[in-house]
Design a protein around this ligand. Structure first.
Ligand code: AGP
Length: 607
């Protein structure tokens, strides 16, 4: 994950900026840089590698200036070299950026055609060039140019900008990646989290999704996604809890749900080259052409990620998948294929059942792949091939951001399998990768339903039993939604394939049993909605989760949650968000311990 710092100081800011960047090192990076406004001009020092390389460069060539920005970059577009390091700059503006600009290529082509010359291979530079074009060609003020840039770019991002000739101005924006403002005494600070700001201040205000802010030494103004002035709560963070900061959220689970646009973007960058809109050449270890089936195994939420991947491998790679929960697979005496392949999914990489099933498969000559969040975990160490996700530390017992990052890794693997087996055309590969690259923004859009979901969840929290139903790739989301709800709110919930209702579960339906219907406008929509009408006919209370079109066509429901339209098979990456938020707010309404629910452990290292 990239790190952002900005300071409007009383003295030169380069050194304190580097100190703050050091506190963001935990996020992982491969280059860093600082820019300041020195005598009205933009000055920069950037360096590939760790912060000590940048420090040495600054010692040789000091940077003056009391307004500045700093950045630690985890390369997504373009190699980790000096030219691609942030801050990016023109003679007018310098910017730092965290996230992915999906439409950078079309913007870059338009700007290059108008004579703007780009210095880097990054998507981020288009931000600086766009702002400069508005200033130079239309005489826009820095604030207007910044706002117009925001209206043109698409993606999930956090951005900060400083301007030539402006010694007392930082402009900042948040859409999917966290950004906080720190208030000092005659100084102001911005940072990716409170921990970066801790050396300067503990008075921290987090921007909301879609906000942008105008910061001067006297203070700051926040404007919401509609451009209206907005008030945001200032918190006092202590250095200790800043160390494992909740980014202003009440619980780690809430923070981690909101981190998904950012960490899904960083996991994507590991498997996909956003510049080429193609899969990276990540070694999968398997010879997919020789596999006649793939074994997939995991526990809990990770198992549901595997269930979704089954649809992807079978659809895109025509590769049958045998999936089972690890605690069962390890005891089945399955006829393992010779030189077969098995993929194990685990956030912690320490789940005893999953590790035992891995060892069983390995003992039977299977090549072992592992989708893990913890690179040095036991499962990672014993696998032949690691498919690392970049979810960052997941503290909440209920797995959220790891789930969507696991889906990114598994989708990339399934596309790769299809390409290698010669059954997925180049165009289809490109279309799927392009759709994957949209997910950080779509997840950020889904998060904007948070207030509406909180209201519905308060009602839901009064129920004793709740059903979740879905078809196709929405069936595992129904299972995941039910698991999320029961494990943190202690309400009994079950997920079912919608087509199964009439084979028994519909006997449970009456006015006391809400049914969450996961039904994007895909090829299963009509059938799932007719299941929903069967529920209504028996006095049931359906809560429909669908896109605008799906909600409109469904008619009267007890309640509805809107999700953005998605690629039909990639909807789980986005529909995970409403079911996560439903569970979260049902649990907060009930007052249970959201981050440490009773009887549960974050990593089940016992069998
Ligand atoms: C999910 O919210 C639960 N905490 C649990 O089901 C978890 O997914 C399961 O224990 C697997 O954990 P792992 O991904 O670390 O292997």
């Amino acid at each position: 994950m990239c790190g952002i710092v900005g300071i409007l100081g009383k003295d030169d800011v380069a050194a304190p900026i580097v100190e703050a960047l050091r506190r963001l090192e935990y996020r992982g990076y491969d280059s860093a840089g600082v820019a300041t406004i020195d005598k009205g001009e933009i000055a920069r020092r950037r360096a590939a590698g760790k912060l000590n390389v940048l420090r040495e460069k600054l010692a040789r060539e000091p940077l003056a200036g009391r307004a500045g920005l700093g950045h630690t970059r985890w390369a997504t577009h373009g190699a980790p070299i000096d030219e691609n390091a942030h801050p990016h700059a023109t003679d007018r503006v310098s910017i730092v950026h965290n996230g992915i600009i999906e439409n950078f290529r079309e913007l870059r082509d338009k700007l290059a055609a108008k004579g703007r010359n780009f210095q880097s291979a990054t998507d981020s530079e288009v931000i600086a060039q766009l702002i400069t074009a508005y200033i130079d060609e239309e005489g826009a003020s820095p604030i207007d140019a910044f706002r117009r840039m925001l209206s043109r770019i698409r993606g999930a991002f956090a951005i900060a900008a400083i301007f030539a000739g402006e010694d007392d101005l930082i402009l900042a924006a948040r859409q999917g990646s966290p950004l906080a403002i720190g208030r000092g005494d005659g100084e102001m600070f911005i940072g990716s989290d409170a921990f970066a700001l801790a050396p300067f201040t503990n008075r921290v205000t987090y921007l909301d999704e879609g906000d942008h802010a105008v910061v001067t030494r006297q203070g700051f103004e926040v404007f919401d996604s509609g451009g209206a002035p907005a008030q945001r709560r200032e918190i006092v963070s202590s250095v200790s809890d800043a160390m494992v900061d909740k980014d202003g959220h009440r619980h780690f689970m809430a923070k981690e749900i909101h981190e998904q646009p950012e960490v899904v973007g960083h996991t994507l960058a590991r498997f996909v080259d956003p510049t080429a809109a193609a899969l990276r050449d990540f070694g999968a270890g398997f010879d997919f052409r020789k596999l006649d089936r793939l074994i997939v195994s995991a526990c809990g939420t990770a198992y549901y990620a595997g269930l979704i991947a089954k649809y992807w491998f079978e659809t895109w790679a025509r590769l049958p998948v045998e999936i089972d929960i690890a605690s069962e697979l390890r005891y089945r005496d399955i006829p393992y294929p010779k030189k077969g392949g098995a993929v194990f999914v685990s956030q912690s990489g320490e789940t005893a059942d999953t590790l035992a099933a891995l060892r069983e498969a390995k003992a039977h000559g299977q090549r072992i792949g592992a989708v893990v969040n913890v690179a040095e975990s036991s499962i990672a160490r014993e696998a032949d091939d690691i498919f690392q996700i970049n979810a960052g530390p997941e503290i909440g017992v209920a797995s959220t951001k790891a789930f969507t990052c696991q889906l990114v890794a598994l989708a990339s693997l399934a596309i790769k399998a299809g390409a290698e087996r010669g059954v997925l055309s180049k165009d289809d590969q490109t279309a799927l990768v392009a759709a994957l690259l949209e997910t950080p923004r779509l997840i950020a859009e889904a998060l904007q339903q948070e207030k509406a979901i909180e209201k519905i969840a308060a009602d839901l929290s009064k129920a004793r039993d709740i059903l979740y139903i879905g078809r196709g790739v929405s069936f595992p989301i129904a299972l995941e939604g039910a698991l999320k709800l029961k494990e943190i709110s202690y309400i009994h919930a079950e997920g079912y394939a919608a087509g199964e209702l009439k084979h028994g579960p519909i006997a449970l339906i009456d006015e006391h049993v809400p049914v969450v219907v996961v039904a994007p406008s895909d090829r299963h929509y009509e059938k799932t909605i007719s299941n929903m009408h069967e529920i209504i006919a028996r006095g049931g209370r359906p809560l429909l989760i669908s896109d605008k079109r799906g909600i409109k066509e469904a008619g009267d429901v007890w309640a509805a949650i809107e999700a953005p339209e998605t690629h039909p098979l990639l909807s789980p990456l986005v529909y995970a968000v409403p079911v996560q938020l439903l569970a979260y707010f049902a649990a907060t309404a009930k007052g249970t311990d959201v981050d440490q629910p009773r009887n549960l452990a974050k990593s089940v290292t016992v069998e």
